[in-house]
Each structure stands twice: as C-alpha cells, then as structure tokens.
Write a protein that binds this ligand. Sequence first.
Ligand SMILES: *Cc1c(COP(=O)(O)O)cnc(C)c1O
Length: 232
Amino acid sequence: MVGEVIERNLEKIKERITSAALKAGRKPEEVKIIAATKTRTLEEMIEAAKRGIYAIGENRVQEAMQKRKDWPKDLEIPWHFIGTLQRNKARKAIDIFNCIQSVHSTNLADILQRLALEKGKILECMVEVNISGEESKQGVQPGGVEVLIEHMLDRCKNIKIIGLMGMAPLTDREDEIRKSFASLRTLRSKLEELLKIKLPELSMGMSGDFEYAIMEGSTMVRIGTALFGPRN
Ligand SMILES: *Cc1c(COP(=O)(O)O)cnc(C)c1O
C-alpha cells in the first residue's frame, strides 16, 4: 500500500524531471533524486529506496541515527545531510552520512575536517549558499563562498567539495525562483574558473520548484512531499 503510492509518485516525479530536462536541452539522467525524509517512517523510506532514488536526505542527526539503526543491511544507499548541522552533532553526523550538503562556515568545515582526519576518511561536502537573500534561510552569503571554499581547499584535506546547495525564495513567481537558481549556477561557474576546481553538483529544487531548478542546471533535487505526500 505505502509502496504503491510511493511508486506512483516516483513515476510522476521522474516524468516531470524528464520533461523539464528535455525542455532545457539536458539529459534526464543528469538529475538525481534525493528523498527528503524528515518525519517519514522507516517503512516509507525503505519503499522509496527500493525503487531507485539516488540518496536519502535527512535534516536531523538524531532522527537519522534512529533510522539508520534499523535500516536493512542489504539496502545500500547514500545518506546525505541536508539540514542545519550543529557543531556538537558533527561527530555523529560523519558516522552516519556520506555527504554533508550544508557546510556554511569555516568553523563547521574545520570541525568536519578534524573529525574526518581522526576517522581516516574523506568526507564529501557541499557548500550551502543563501541564494534567496531571506534572513530565515541557512547558508553562506554568495559573496562569502569563494573565501570559504579557498579555506577548505587549503586547510580541509579530508573534505571533498562536490558542489553547491541552495534554496529558492518562498514565492510562486517563476522569474524570481529561476533567477535565484540561475545565480547558484553562475556562482558555480565563476568559482570553477577562479579556483580551478570542479563543482559537479548543484543541489537545488524541492517539490514545489524542482522543474525550474532543473531548467537552471540542478543535478540533485531534494523531494519530500511530492514523493511521500503531505507532512504532518
Ligand atoms: C524538507 C526539505 C526538502 C523537501 O521539501 P518538500 O517541499 O517536501 O519537497 C528539501 N530540502 C530541504 C533542505 C528540506 O528540509
């Protein structure tokens, strides 16, 4: 029952991804689906994972720990952290997550570096950028991203920066949403050129705006309600 609903929703999402990608002259397979699973049950998550999403995206370390404890051993899938990471949760986070999408300060980067070094691992991270300009939103200001990434390249050798993450402003105006996503893409190109690095991933787009995000270059859409239904 749960599985059937998720399957149907996932089919629809994939169709929408395909048509948005084709509209933009892109390949649909360039877009990975991250299931945003905050508040969802383990059953819902397992059903989604079995049906070919790219990764699980969790917002809270504590909640993710609980879920991972009971996660089926044979169901392998990357776990991405997409929420706000508190420093005192960083140690647990790097045990659970394959990628931290929400690095937003040199301070957090340094903590993650120290922990990753201690564990002898390379941690994939993304830099979260506040592209909406809204006070309430997380992320480093666009003007601060270069300094942060330079710092990480220089000092955080156990961190592999794979891209940028951002959220559009809360509005139904297509032009504003797209402008905001486009600004992340432009920033990515600028950084690649200035710093001579590759930032292959652009994590942008949620249930309400993922088609616009794909038209503006998204490679990872983080989808909750369109996949699982409304949250309580
Ligand atoms: C909840 C959440 C999403 C998904 O939101 P939906 O609108 O339910 O698709 C995406 N990204 C982040 C960071 C989230 O917290």
